[in-house]
Design a protein around this ligand. Structure first.
Ligand SMILES: O=C(O)/C=C(\CC(=O)C(=O)O)C(=O)O
Length: 298
């Protein structure tokens, strides 16, 4: 763990290994964040963690090292509903980034249009109490209805213990849904455990619910080589090959006591997506359909 003189925390390694696995050309890291730089894009007064700067330059250096071509930058809770850091990351990416915003439910249509012009293609609803003060379902539903005209989707972040109470909310969302980190199942239960079974029921209920098969570092307490994550997640990738996304989760917010090696995370990919076809869907075709549909349709 590294904390600077201002008490700002670093939750990512400065020396990731080079992965053994090489992603296919055009691979998308579909879940990552940028922090700041704080001097230009201050953190929210309500932020639950205060990280060191992790701006687009560092993100692009990592992407190069890991063999990825594009990123989807997801607005992190430390920036609240001020999406300027995310928009900046997209703006300096020469078309290689798109983003997911977090918005104040009172946002105007004109402001939503401006986010679209800046490369945003979805909004995130975060239900983790340790990250946000409130998660008003009625207001989120209103936002979900209002973004439909833009062709956006919603990204929902919750943990397995509230899956049951999320069902009716999710059913009412009128656009496609992406669930972060599979709703954070206990992967030590295995692929037929209660958490993965309940999550599969959700995916079976609607064919426009996608998920990110991400964060072995958060989900597998044993750490590398993430064996429980692999045995639990591989069947999901095989059962829902057209609705899965993958991302590094860099700069790994709140992981300062268990900082993962990004190279090792990439090396999990061929273990959960065991054929070239599955890997192409996971890393290229699926994220392109969701975030760059105008290119995917060509
Ligand atoms: O980045 C993630 O996926 C997970 C996070 C942080 C986060 O979501 C946020 O700050 O918005 C977490 O579990 O602390």
């Amino acid at each position: 763990m590294s904390t600077d003189a201002d008490g700002r925390i670093r939750s990512w390694t400065l020396g990731p290994s080079t992965p053994r696995y090489t992603p296919p050309p055009g691979a998308v890291d579909a879940h990552c964040h940028v922090f700041g730089p704080m001097a230009a894009f201050p953190f929210s007064a309500k932020a639950k963690y205060l990280p060191q700067d992790a701006g687009p330059e560092a993100l692009f250096a990592l992407r190069e090292k890991l063999g990825f071509s594009r990123n989807v930058i997801v607005q992190a809770s430390c920036h609240g509903t001020d999406n300027r850091a995310t928009l900046n990351g997209i703006a300096v990416s020469n078309g290689t980034c798109r983003g997911v915003a977090v918005v104040d439910p009172a946002i105007s249509d004109a402001e939503l249009d401006a986010l679209h012009a800046g490369g945003i293609r979805g909004v995130r609803f975060n239900f983790l109490k340790r990250l946000v003060d409130d998660a008003p379902k009625d207001k989120f539903l209103d936002v979900a209805h209002r973004i439909a005209r833009l062709g956006w989707h919603v990204v929902v972040y919750f943990e397995a213990d509230i899956l049951e109470e999320m069902r009716s909310f999710l059913s009412a969302i009128p656009v496609s849904i992406v669930i972060d980190h599979m709703g954070r199942p206990d992967v030590t239960q295995g692929p037929d455990g209660a958490d993965i079974t309940a999550f599969r029921a959700l995916l079976d209920n609607r064919d426009d619910i996608w998920t990110k098969v991400t964060c072995p570092d958060r989900l597998d307490p044993a750490g590398e080589p993430y064996a429980d994550f692999v045995r639990s997640v591989r069947p999901l990738v095989e059962a829902y090959p057209d609705r899965v996304l993958w991302g590094t989760d860099w700069p790994h917010p709140n992981m300062e006591t268990r900082i993962p090696d990004d190279g090792a995370l990439v090396d999990v990919i061929p273990q959960i997506a065991v054929t070239e076809d599955l890997r192409h869907k996971l890393l290229v075709a699926n994220p392109m359909r969701l975030y760059w549909p105008e290119e995917a349709a060509e």
